[in-house]
Ligand binder design. Sequence first.
Ligand SMILES: [Zn+2]
Length: 246
Amino acid sequence: MSKPKKRKPERGCAPHLAEVLTFSAKSRRPLLSAILPVFFIMLALLAHPAGAQALTVEPLAVLHDLPRPAEARHRLELRVVVLHEAWSHDEIQAAVHEAARILGQCGIHGSRVDLLRVNAPQAQRHFDPPQSRQLARALDLPKPALFFTAGTRQLPAYDAVAYGRSNSRRSPELASTVWIAPGARDLGIVIAHELVHVLMDSGEHVATPGNLMAEDTTPGNTVLTAAQCGRITDAGSRQGLLRGVD
Ligand SMILES: [Zn+2]
């Protein structure tokens, strides 16, 4: 996006104004209700000054059972980073499944999702561009990557922020990332909406009722047109964010 996709507090994305997109948290999510298999713990002693808190990365699960569209033509792999215990893993998994169903309209199959718990220094658990850049740089994850944060330090506070390449030229570590604060409603639709911004590299919204890329991310807004799918898959493939189906 040559412009950022910004989302208004509570719902919807505002017209692109700045270089970032943010999101606000309105309420706390339940504590973890499920304990997922812990395969191992990677200690990522990633560049941190002596005495600073280390960054640890704990893989929680690898999801392969996302809905597969009848005509799957593109594969999407996601990394999902959980930065705060306010997030329920059940909720995140259900939302990722819903997002996968929505993107399936475009023949996109979410073929793999790596769910990671990251124990980051306190300052990096919220969305805060300077801190979030440091975190993204230290983690250096394949993209796209979704970050489920402890909240946002940005004002105005948005409940989700997405970075394409075009709106992250001054902060390249954030390219192809999405940052979501607790309390974001209709989470599956929010994830799908923000991923479309990332894949299209565009902050554009449409006025068509029922369309996923309407400013408001509400339960009725889930449709993507053939033209949108073409742009999503072309741009996503060009950026290496989508791959062909084997
Ligand atoms: Zn938007």
